[in-house]
Design a protein around this ligand. Structure first.
Ligand code: AMP
Ligand code: MG
Length: 334
């Protein structure tokens, strides 16, 4: 294998269609995104999102290659998010990747989206083998690497934290994703309204918070106070289970990744907890907290370097591909 490796990665699991190019020697060369926005008050409609993705795919991939400064022949592999995610959206990314791989005669590399969040976070922050809080629209879980796989030490039993915030925002007419607007609203309040706090074993549950928050809105409580209370309650449950996992594993690194990692209050609460354990705390940089091609391109590069690739006809999608079933040959050799 040649000394450098250059991989094009395609992300299309939910609202974002993105393509990025990474080089083993020069790092991330570009990351181009086009995000589907549903009408105000609505969530992602999978088929409509996939129509958006199909419409922008050619331009996004073309722009990524142009901006990366590498030529098509210099690209060594085509990585794509095989899952988990929304079927129609995943299929656009898979078709795009298969087409490129077969027409260019390059290896096709399947990437698990959650692994992508974690590996990009490690690359950008310098964390090596951290305890990870993966907290996004599709995931809320605390995971620890052991014997070749990420093991789940705690997760949500119902909604993800991103879904909780998005559904709360939609209730008052915002379009998904709503996390940033909820954070802005919450920053205007310090008035805590009691909400259900649900931790079961080392798992969390958010559906009770959503129901109670909607009732508070219906009863006329100010939206800022509801947002503040939802954040304080939901984040506290996530911090509690993360702290237990940190104490249990004895890990001296905690990293938070995923779209909700953009939230400053969450980072503040986690930071206070991590300091109690004298551990190092890593937050994925804001621009790369949410879904992006970079997570797929970088993980694809790690995978290709370890010999992972599949024939084009096996380039399907796996809507429910759980993180704790993914093999990570590049980590096994560390
Ligand atoms: P991802 O699935 O990783 O793209 O993350 C998207 C999720 O992150 C959505 O549920 C957003 O509402 C959420 N999100 C984005 N920015 C913030 C923020 N500042 N605070 C809380 N959640 C956020
Ligand atoms: Mg994600």
């Amino acid at each position: 294998m040649k000394g450098d490796l250059t991989v094009l990665g395609i992300e299309s699991t939910a609202h974002t269609f993105s393509a990025a190019v990474v080089s083993q020697k020069r790092g991330l060369l570009c990351d181009i995104r086009d995000i589907y926005t549903p009408p105000e008050g609505s969530g992602i409609h999978p088929t409509e999102a996939s129509v958006h993705h199909a419409a922008v795919a050619g331009r996004v991939v073309g722009d990524a290659v142009t901006q990366s400064g590498v030529s098509w022949v210099e690209i060594d592999g085509i990585a794509y998010a095989m899952g988990p995610g929304l079927g129609p959206c995943l299929r656009v990314g898979a078709v795009t990747a298969r087409t490129l791989a077969s027409s260019l005669g390059k290896p096709l590399i399947p990437v698990n989206h959650a692994v992508g969040h974690i590996e990009l976070g490690c690359m950008l922050t310098g964390a090596v083998s951290p305890l990870v809080l993966l907290i996004s629209g599709g995931h809320t879980m605390v995971v620890s690497y052991s014997s070749g796989m990420w093991r789940i030490l705690g997760e949500t039993l119902d909604l993800t934290l991103g879904q909780l915030l998005d559904q709360l925002g939609r209730y008052v007419g915002y379009a998904s994703p709503c996390g940033r607007r909820i954070e802005e609203a919450a920053s205007g309040s310090r008035r805590y309204l009691r909400l259900p706090y649900t931790v079961k074993g080392n798992d969390v549950s958010f559906s009770g918070i959503l129901t109670a928050a909607k009732r508070l809105i219906d009863s006329g409580e100010p939206f800022e106070d509801v947002c503040f209370s939802v954040q304080e309650t939901a984040f506290a449950t996530a911090v509690e289970v993360t702290e237990r996992a940190l104490a249990f594993t004895g890990n001296k690194e905690l990293m938070v990744v995923g779209g909700v990692a953009a939230n400053k209050r969450l980072a503040e609460m986690l930071g206070v907890m991590v300091a109690r354990h004298s551990a190092r705390f890593f937050v994925v940089p804001l621009r790369y907290s949410g879904d992006c091609g970079a997570q797929i391109a970088w993980t694809g590069l790690l995978a290709q370097r370890s010999g992972v690739s599949i024939p084009v006809e096996k380039g399907t999608v796996r809507q429910s591909w759980r993180l704790d079933t993914v093999e990570l040959p590049w980590r096994m050799t560390k």
